[in-house]
Design a protein around this ligand. Structure first.
Ligand SMILES: [Zn+2]
Length: 330
């Protein structure tokens, strides 16, 4: 079955030009300059005149219907992927979850069950390893060998929930080096952050802005640097820093990349456009609408300017969403 997209302006990595696009099944079969397009018997024709024709976006960081804090992310795989398709995103990579004490294959199976038959676009999974031990390390091999999962996410944040200590991180990185997979890292020093949170609570500082104030940029940078060092010790395991938000963390990533290390980072739109003061610091409980971790950063520091520059210089390799919506009433 053929689809012919006619008369549009095709945008590729190298530029924009007028072209017709011929699609066969799910594959692009040809690009033609508009006056040279051959007739295609039985093709469905879409008139794209006056429009851009762009590749489908790949969002490599989503959390559809993630259970969290006694509730669940409000987008299901059905609603989330429908919204994605309307916005031009044709693939997501979501995160299947293993918690400490659970089996990794069970976690992956649970996420397949949520997604199976419900997605309007293509999807794949990263695997969150919330409990690094002998069994979950072994499971990493079988996911790489037979499940099509080649990226494993660890947390330096959230002690008692998803947190891995440095020894666990090193062991998982060594495993990833051996089986050719990649470690993704939520890089924030969760132990220190929990101390700051406890102290803020004791002082009665519970407005939403304190979510940001108790997660300072330096603790993101410290964890980023530590993750980069551990990956080096493990044998230059490919390392991917998720939702990078702070200048100091970016500096660490750029320095590693400058020496040829396999270190990558993503940022997200919220860090490029929103700030600690304007959104998280909104009066009353309004600011709670803008809680995310890593948190929004201060507009009085150069984070946004540096993130935009990081995108231009490719020190930031990816923009993803970390899509994980909750309704205000929850
Ligand atoms: Zn996330």
């Amino acid at each position: 079955m053929y689809l012919l997209i006619k008369g549009g302006t095709v945008v590729t990595a190298t530029g924009a030009f007028p072209a017709d696009v011929l699609v066969e099944g799910e594959k692009i079969a040809g690009l033609f300059s508009p006056d040279s397009t051959p007739p295609v018997e039985g093709a469905q024709v879409v008139d794209a005149s006056g429009k851009y024709v762009i590749p489908g976006a790949v969002d490599v960081h989503t959390h559809m219907q993630l259970p969290f804090g006694g509730t669940s992310a409000s987008d299901t795989f059905e609603t989330g992927t429908r919204a994605a398709a309307f916005g031009g995103t044709t693939t997501i990579i979501d995160f299947a979850v293993q918690r400490a004490g659970e089996r990794v294959p069970d976690g992956l199976a649970a996420w397949h069950a949520k997604a199976d038959g419900n997605c309007h676009i293509d999807y794949g999974f990263h695997m969150i390893i919330g409990g690094v031990d002998d069994e979950s390390l072994k499971a990493m091999d079988s996911l790489v060998d037979s499940e099509g999962v080649t990226s494993f996410k660890l947390f330096m944040a959230y002690p008692g929930v998803f947190y891995s200590d440095d020894g666990q991180i090193l062991r998982a990185m060594q495993k990833a080096r051996d089986n050719g997979s990649m470690i993704m890292m939520h890089a924030e020093n969760g132990i220190a952050i929990d101390v700051l949170i406890g102290q803020a609570l004791t002082r009665g500082e519970t407005d939403p802005i304190n979510h940001g104030l108790t997660r300072p940029a330096e603790l993101e940078a410290e964890a980023t640097r530590r993750a980069i060092s551990l990956a080096q010790v493990a044998g230059d395991t490919p390392l991917y820093i998720v939702h990078l938000s702070a200048s100091q963390a970016l500096e660490a990533v750029a320095a590693a990349r400058d020496t040829g290390r396999n270190v990558f980072a993503e940022t997200c739109p919220q860090y490029l456009y929103l700030t600690l003061e304007d959104q998280l610091g909104a009066p009353g409980f309004e600011g709670a609408k803008w809680v995310c971790s890593t948190p929004l950063r201060s507009k009085h520091e150069p984070h946004q300017r540096d993130l935009w520059r990081g995108l231009r210089t490719n020190d930031l390799a990816v923009v993803s969403t970390d899509h994980c919506p909750f309704c205000f009433k929850e």
